[in-house]
Design a protein around this ligand. Structure first.
Ligand code: ATP
Length: 238
């Protein structure tokens, strides 16, 4: 690949009223990577992801996608540029069927969705079995898979995942992380926001540790995993 990063944040600042949630962060993501964003409650992870996806307008700094400035562009334009976000709390439409929820993810694209549905059902056989069921009747893990599947329907090259493990049982979390790795192996670059730092660092190539709106440290996931300060603060003093 080229040296140009897929995504580059420079001096990004994002706030809510008087609250400065993200205070000048620099972050790059290269094509093919899984980059984890870890850190405690209120560190600014969700805010960062929301700014990248166009849901929040930065106060300062730049966001570049393949070298092009995108800060301030609306989310649907960014979806058209190959960026999809899976928000925290798996926002599926409960009354619609599994398949209808998936098709929502393709609404900005023209043409056939059958190929995409088959691809998603290949990744998530459970969704195929339940394609005619209301999404609200699925388990938490299945709903998370549906939310990820819906994002994939837009054929993203960059997938932003906000706490995919939230509220799920350990075995289900294992499965979700396996699937994230598989999606990445199918040429989707991933930014993964997680409180489950141990698992996130296991599948990520690189990681950034956020604290109080700033980057405390960054580097290869294998190094971050061995960092004593990270172990104390986020890995349960393992
Ligand atoms: P968590 O894992 O708890 O979601 P986070 O790292 O994702 O944490 P953010 O949700 O980005 O953190 O929050 C960063 C800071 O911004 C926090 O101080 C939070 O209280 C504040 N904040 C987040 N959303 C809002 C909002 N809508 N209005 C005001 N302040 C907010």
């Amino acid at each position: 690949g080229s040296a140009l990063p897929l995504l580059a944040l420079t001096g990004l600042e994002v706030g809510y009223g008087q609250v400065a949630a993200v205070r000048g962060i620099d972050l790059t993501v290269h094509e093919g990577e899984i980059v984890a964003l870890i850190g405690g409650n209120g560190a600014g992870k969700t805010t960062t992801l929301s700014a990248i996806a166009g849901l929040l307008k930065p106060r300062a700094g730049s966001i570049a996608l393949r070298g092009e400035a995108i800060a301030g562009e609306p989310p649907e334009r960014l979806v058209g540029r190959g960026m999809s976000l899976v928000q925290e709390g798996r926002q599926v439409v409960p009354q619609l069927t599994v398949q209808e929820n998936l098709c929502i993810g393709a609404y900005l694209r023209r043409g056939d969705t059958d190929v995409d549905l088959e691809r998603i059902y290949g990744i998530f056989p459970r969704l195929k079995e339940r394609h005619g069921q209301p999404a609200g009747s699925l388990s938490g893990g299945e709903q998370q898979m549906l939310a990820i599947g819906r994002a994939l329907m837009a054929r993203p090259s960059l997938l932003l995942l906000d706490e995919p493990s939230m509220g799920l049982a350990p075995l289900v979390i294992e499965r979700i992380f396996e699937v994230i790795r598989q999606i990445n192996e199918e040429d989707v670059t991933i930014v993964l926001v997680e409180q489950q730092a141990v698992q996130a660092l296991r599948i990520a190539h690189r990681a950034y540790v956020l604290e109080n709106g700033s980057i405390r440290l960054s580097g290869p996931a294998a190094e971050i995993r061995e960092n004593p300060a990270v172990i104390d603060a986020y890995l349960g003093g393992r």
